[in-house]
Design a protein around this ligand. Structure first.
Ligand code: DOR
Length: 420
C-alpha cells in the first residue's frame, strides 16, 4: 500500500476545527503530517475537491449470512465505498440471525477483505423472536459492537431493560427499532394516501408508542438508548423533551425521510416502501428541524437491499430501500444546498456523531488516526439505479437530481473507490 499525498484540497474536519485548503498525507494507513511526505508517494490532485472524514453509517442490512442474492458483506461494502461510507454497523436480521458467537465470527472474518470497516450488531433475542434473551456476554466475547433486534422491536420489555443495562456495563449502544407490534402492520403511512390507495396504513402511533417505551426505560433505569430511523414529528418531539430532561438518548433519521414523502407511494412502486414508511410533509420538515437543533444526532441509511423480483409486487414486496451510495448526496442536497446547515455540520451528523455513538476511532482526521476519508465535488448528477455498486437496485432516489458527488473513498489508507 503506497503512501498518499492529496494536494490542494479543501479540508472539512469538524473534529479538528479545520475548514480550509490544505494537503493531506497518509502514511502506513494513518493520517500523517504533510510536511513529512517523501519518497514513493502517490500524489492526488485535490483541486476542486473537498475532503472529509469517512462517513459512519449506523444502520445497514448486509444480508450476509443467508440472503446473499440481495447483498453480501463484500458487495455491501462496495456500495458503502461508493457513497463515502468507511464504517458501517451491520444489523442482525440475517439468516441465521446474529444471535450466536459463530455468526459474529463469520461476519467479522469475511469483513476483513471488505472495502469498509464492518461493525457487528448482536441480537437481543434469539432469532429476533422477542421472547428469549441471547447470551450477551458470549456475543460480546465474539466481538459485537452494539445490540438490537432491528427490523422489529424487542417484544418482551423486561428483556429490553436487561439488554440496556448490560450494554451500559459493556459500554456498547443499544439501537432501538421503535414499533408497537399491536398497532404495526400496513404497507404505507396511514392517512390520506393509504385511503386513496385503498391499502392498510402503518399509523404514526405505532412508531411513537415504541419511541415512548424506549425513552421511558432509558429514563427509569438511567441507561443510554439510541433511537433508529425516526420518521415522525411526535417521536422527534418526545426525543427533544427527553434530552432536555437529561435522558441519555441519541437518535438517527434517514435521507429518505428528509427528501421524500408519502406522495411517492402514488407511483405504486415498492422501492418507496420501507418501515417506518415515508410520512407527510409535516414530518419531513420536523426531521430537518430536529437535525438542525440537535434533537437528532445522526443520519443513517437503513440500507435494506431486496432483489428486483421481490420488489416487483407493490403491495407484497418486503419493506426497505438501499441508501449508502446516495446518502451523502441526498443529505447534502436537502441540508446544505437547501441552506439548512453547513457542510461541517453535515459531516458532524454523518461522521463525527455516529462515530462517537458507536465509540469507534473514526469521524476525525487527526494525525495518527486511521486514514478513513472521502473526497467529493459539488457537482450535479442524477441517480441511475443501474450505475450503483451493490447487488440490489431498490433506491427511492432514482431519477433525482443531486448536488454533490463522491469522487474517491480511502479506507484504512487504501483507495477503495474512484468515481469514473
Ligand atoms: O424497511 C425496512 N427494512 N425496515 C426494517 O426495519 C428492516 C429492513 C430490512 O431488513 O429489510
Amino acid at each position: 500500500m503506497a503512501d498518499i499525498l492529496i494536494k490542494n484540497v479543501y479540508i472539512i474536519d469538524p473534529d479538528n476545527n479545520t475548514n480550509n485548503m490544505g494537503d493531506i498525507f497518509i502514511k502506513n494507513g494513518v493520517f500523517a503530517d504533510p510536511e513529512t511526505a517523501e519518497g514513493n508517494v502517490e500524489i492526488i490532485n485535490g483541486s476542486g475537491l473537498k475532503a472529509a472524514p469517512g462517513l459512519v453509517d449506523l444502520h445497514v442490512h448486509l444480508r450476509d449470512p443467508g440472503q446473499t442474492d440481495k447483498e453480501d458483506i463484500l458487495s455491501g461494502c462496495r456500495a458503502a465505498a461508493a457513497g463515502g461510507v468507511t464504517s458501517l454497523l451491520a444489523m442482525p436480521n440475517t439468516v441465521p440471525t446474529v444471535d450466536s458467537p459463530g455468526t459474529v465470527e463469520y461476519i467479522k472474518n469475511k469483513a476483513k477483505d471488505a472495502d469498509a470497516h464492518v461493525y457487528v450488531v448482536g441480537s437481543i433475542t434469539k432469532g429476533l423472536g422477542g421472547h428469549e434473551a441471547t447470551d450477551i456476554d458470549a456475543l460480546y466475547e465474539a466481538g459485537i459492537d452494539a445490540l438490537s433486534d432491528d427490523g422489529r422491536p424487542v417484544l418482551d420489555t423486561s428483556i429490553m431493560v436487561k439488554a440496556m443495562q448490560k450494554a451500559a456495563e459493556l459500554n456498547i449502544p443499544v439501537t432501538a427499532h421503535c414499533e408497537d407490534p399491536y398497532l404495526a402492520g400496513g404497507k404505507v403511512n396511514e392517512g390520506d394516501i393509504s385511503v386513496q390507495l385503498g391499502i392498510k396504513g402503518m399509523p404514526r402511533a405505532a412508531e411513537d408508542a415504541g419511541t415512548a417505551r424506549e425513552l421511558s426505560l432509558a429514563a427509569a433505569y438511567d441507561v443510554p438508548i439510541h433511537i433508529c430511523h425516526v420518521s415522525t414529528c411526535t417521536s422527534a418531539n418526545m426525543i427533544r423533551d427527553a434530552k432536555k430532561a437529561g435522558v441519555k438518548v441519541t437518535a438517527e433519521t434517514a435521507p429518505h425521510y428528509l427528501m421524500l414523502t408519502e406522495q411517492e407511494l402514488l407511483k405504486k412502486d415498492a422501492d418507496y416502501r420501507m418501515n417506518p414508511p415515508l410520512r407527510t410533509e409535516r414530518d419531513r420538515l420536523a426531521m430537518i428541524e430536529a437535525l438542525k437543533d440537535g434533537t437528532i444526532d445522526a443520519i443513517a441509511t437503513d440500507h435494506a437491499p431486496h432483489t428486483p423480483d421481490e420488489k416487483a409486487d407493490f403491495e407484497n414486496a418486503p419493506n426497505g430501500s438501499i441508501g449508502m451510495e446516495t446518502s451523502f448526496a441526498a443529505a447534502y442536497t436537502v441540508l446544505v444546498k437547501g441552506g439548512v446547515m453547513s457542510e461541517g455540520e453535515l459531516i458532524q451528523k454523518m461522521s463525527c456523531n455516529p462515530a462517537a455513538i458507536l465509540g469507534i476511532p473514526a469521524g476525525t482526521m487527526y494525525i495518527g488516526a486511521p486514514a478513513d476519508l472521502f473526497l467529493y465535488k459539488e457537482e450535479e448528477w442524477t441517480v441511475d439505479p443501474e450505475k450503483l455498486h451493490g447487488k440490489s437496485k431498490n433506491t427511492p432516489f432514482k431519477g433525482i437530481r443531486m448536488y454533490a458527488k463522491v469522487k474517491m473513498t480511502i479506507c484504512g489508507g487504501k483507495i477503495v473507490y474512484r468515481d469514473q
